[in-house]
Design a protein around this ligand. Structure first.
Ligand SMILES: [Zn+2]
Length: 324
């Protein structure tokens, strides 16, 4: 507990004051014996809720490496003067951000059409005329969503949950930004992949989720690693894996080594690729990778590791569109 190991933006240290006895225990003692899972009850009994949540947010990788000090502001965990300088600039920016928080200047400076800024302002101020809000103001109307009729129409539903809004952000190519953040709120990171033959026909798909807040690139690397392991187990010889994460493809192609959890994942991927010279990894645009993203989004409603040998219904229409 006397070393920085959390993944909080505010700092990696467990804050003080702590209850008596916490100083002398080790991180290892917060796990279930012989299992790589947090002992949630023990953690919640020892720490206040916000610290317990930060601990439970730390993802537990299957791959084991020695404890190391890593530079958190670099993808590979290595300090450079450039990243130190950027961190310093960001810290100064953050202080400025806090002071201007209340006067909305930052929002009006965003490069966007006025109506978009105005909408954003209304969302932040909590004055979108959703049906829930209209009823609070005694406007006689139904509560259910005017688009899907499946749920009550509040801010959360209309912006993030409603199928129409999900489709809109997918069409706008924004889903890769929004979906991982929504997943983070669930304290789960989900992943998905799909195997197709040379004509594009469905062969197999896989989904999974892990507890903890992986970063976006870690999630992408983990999905790639899981997919490669399944290809390996199935005895496939020639596989072309397409991912829409440039960071992952670059990290695989370049020799840069590091200590971060991302680096550990990349090393594991490289080891699989070394054993299978006909497994190739390449980059594709996000818009061409809708199948994997849709699977990842659906992943949390299934068990933590799923393999589909028949076509899951959630990707059926995307696949048939791509094939036509
Ligand atoms: Zn709706």
């Amino acid at each position: 507990m006397s070393e920085p190991w959390l993944r909080e933006k505010e700092g990696a240290w467990i804050p003080s004051p702590q209850v008596q006895g916490v100083y002398i225990i080790t991180v290892n003692e917060l796990l279930h014996p012989n299992m790589k899972r947090w002992n949630k009850e023990k953690i919640e009994s020892l720490f206040p809720m916000h610290i317990a949540n930060s601990i439970l947010d730390v993802p537990l990788h299957d791959m084991f490496e020695e404890d190391k000090l890593v530079w958190f502001d670099d993808l590979h965990g290595q300090y450079s003067v450039k990243s130190g300088y950027n961190l310093m600039l960001n810290c100064t920016g953050a202080v400025e951000g806090l002071t201007s928080h209340s006067d909305w200047k930052t929002l009006w400076k965003i490069q966007a059409p006025p109506k978009a800024k105005h909408l954003l302002w209304r969302i932040c101020k909590g004055c979108l005329p959703t049906r829930i809000r209209l009823q609070e103001r005694r406007v006689p109307c139904l509560l259910s969503c005017s688009l899907c009729d499946l749920s009550n129409e509040d801010d959360w539903h209309i912006l993030f949950e409603c199928n129409d809004s999900v489709q809109a952000r997918q069409t706008a190519g924004l889903d890769h930004v929004i979906a991982p953040r929504l997943q983070q709120d669930l304290n789960k990171t989900s992943l998905g992949w799909c195997l197709r033959d040379h004509l594009g026909n469905f062969v197999m798909a896989g989904t999974g989720w892990r507890e903890g807040n992986y970063s976006i690139v870690e999630g992408e690397a983990l999905a790639l690693f899981e997919a490669l392991k399944v290809m390996e187990q199935k005895g496939l010889s020639h596989v072309l894996v397409e991912t829409d994460s440039k960071s992952v493809v670059n990290a695989i192609q370049h020799l840069r080594d590091g200590h971060s959890q991302f680096s550990v994942l990349i090393r594991s991927i490289k080891n699989v690729l070394l054993l299978h010279p006909n497994f190739k990894v390449s980059f594709i645009k996000r818009q061409a990778n809708m199948v994997a993203h849709t699977l990842a989004r659906a992943a949390t409603s299934w068990s933590s590791r799923c393999i589909f040998e028949t076509l899951p219904s959630c990707i059926a229409s995307i696949l048939s569109n791509e094939m036509s």
